[in-house]
Design a protein around this ligand. Structure first.
Ligand code: ATP
Length: 353
């Protein structure tokens, strides 16, 4: 049995189905991320694991124990939520040490652990201050420190980096990844930030409208998205997905025929469907390609440049890693890496190879 199991878990709030028949299996070594847009049910799923909500249907197991109706204090979980609550009458040091004090851990060991996590999270110089004397981002790091100093069955982290500025966020992300390898137990992490999910996770569950749409490693989700929603949610800039008409092993887009015979799909969509291609898997040139269009805009981002090309009503983004000689209005050919092309049926479900 996996370390954490959700079996067909459903949670309703009056007429909203926040979590809908969700099945999850999380291993002890997993950094498991629930990823999806606002309101998709991520936080509710985490609160169900924590015991802050109880499911209407289904079962939850932690460490081989049915905890479906157990109170949070009987689940041995450590949590950091968006609205982290620090004890206002305790210093930062006391806040961090608190979970260990309660468990009567020897004083010397507490000191050593507090010093280590404080150093790692760059809050060593704040230890004698009170929560109201530090910034929101610093408070968030204190909350994170207080969680990671424990040895729970599972760490539940809900957007713990959301209050940090961009630079600190990247730093804290690296720290969190490194730390998670040393924690020795699973982390269940909630974010709507796909790059954070990709960077941190061993597994990602992509959610939408209470449903889990796909579970996999970041690579699996990136390379073989189960449907157009997952495909467009992962990757920055996102995958280009365009609706087209299929005609045998070819698709027709804006009257232009794209040969797909080398794709070796199990079956091509009969009539309508979608093709998907990531911006880094399209090459641009002025002579020949799979599609012809017009450069709409060129956006240099430093390391790479994003070129948006209009093919009639469709916009396709192309990621280019060298200097771009094109200007808005130029006629341009797009050449697809066919082995990286995705085909989805009329319902947006991936067609397997
Ligand atoms: P966000 O990223 O914005 O935090 P989320 O993916 O975590 O969103 P949830 O907070 O789990 O989403 O909410 C899922 C759905 O359940 C939403 O439609 C939300 O409005 C609803 N919901 C959540 N908690 C409650 C509650 N206590 N009472 C009523 N509805 C709720």
């Amino acid at each position: 049995m996996s370390w954490i199991v959700l079996e067909s878990v459903t949670k309703r709030f009056s007429n909203v189905v926040a979590v809908n028949k969700v099945n999850l299996q999380i291993e002890r070594q997993d950094f498991f991320t629930l990823l999806g847009p606002s309101g998709c049910g991520k936080t509710t799923t985490l609160r169900l694991i924590a015991g802050l909500e109880f499911p209407d249907e289904g079962k939850i197991y932690i460490a081989q124990r049915d905890v479906t109706m157990e109170l949070p204090k009987n689940r041995n979980v450590a949590m950091v939520f968006q609205n982290y609550a620090l004890y206002p009458h305790m210093t930062v040091r006391e806040n961090i040490a608190y979970p260990l004090l309660v468990r009567k851990v020897p004083k010397k060991e507490i000191e050593r652990k507090v010093a280590f996590v404080a150093e790692s999270l760059q809050i060593s110089d704040l230890l004698e201050r009170y929560p109201q004397q530090i910034s929101g981002g610093q408070q968030q790091r204190v909350a994170l420190a207080r969680a990671v100093i424990q040895t729970p069955n599972v760490f539940l982290l809900d957007e713990p980096l959301s209050n940090l500025d961009a630079k600190l966020r990247i730093e804290a992300r690296s720290f969190l990844k490194r730390l998670s390898m040393e924690l020795g137990t699973s982390v269940v992490y909630v974010t709507h930030d796909q790059s954070e999910a990709m960077a941190l996770s061993t597994k990602i569950a992509v959610m939408n409208q209470g449903h889990v749409l796909q579970v996999g490693t970041p690579r699996q989700i990136y390379d073989t998205p189960a449907n157009t929603f997952v495909a467009s949610f992962i990757g920055n800039p996102p995958m280009n997905i365009v609706e087209c008409r299929f005609d045998g092993p070819a698709c027709i887009l804006d009257g232009q025929k794209i040969d797909l015979s080398e794709l070796a799909l199990i079956e091509f969509p009969k009539e309508r469907g979608f093709i998907g291609i990531r911006p880094e898997n399209i090459a641009l040139n002025t002579k020949e390609g799979d599609l012809v269009g017009e450069v709409y805009v060129v956006e240099p981002l430093g390391f790479e440049t994003v070129v948006t090309v209009k093919v009639n009503m469709n916009s396709l983004r192309v990621l280019v890693f060298e200097d771009v000689p094109y200007r808005s209005g130029d006629r341009i050919f797009l050449k697809f890496r066919k082995d990286k092309l995705h085909v989805f049926d009329e319902n947006g479900v991936r067609v397997r190879r």
